[in-house]
Design a protein around this ligand. Sequence first.
Ligand SMILES: [Zn+2]
Length: 145
Amino acid sequence: MRQFQRFTNTIDFTMKKAKTKRKLIPRTRNAETLTESAYWGKIRSTLRSAFRYWKPMIIALNDASRPSKSKNKRLKKEYQCAVCEEWFKRADVQIDHIIPCGSLKCYTDIEPFIKNLTPEDPKAFQVLCKPDHQLKTNLERKLKK
Ligand SMILES: [Zn+2]
């Protein structure tokens, strides 16, 4: 019995702690199941995946490629990073929107987001190695603040 008492005390304590410490984020979307940021995240990732194989983007990727000089015969092509100018295999580069798509936190953000996401000019894209892409992303985040 005492063992049980100790157990319930612990539960009381952790529940109290959770109530006071955790700031509840209101679920304002989808019948109170989604927070604002989850809602906008869903829209963002859906749009991004819908335009993943945007042709001008693929053209930009091909423009930055050459036949592979690697000894590995299975690698047909390699890709040059626009920043460091080194050559990489496909898995080690990413296609960057030179003009960032921008934040997506309200309905008016949707228009510029889609316009920046789907430019017709292949020159709106650049191929970057992962470290250089990360550096650009970090810089953009810093500038936003
Ligand atoms: Zn690079």
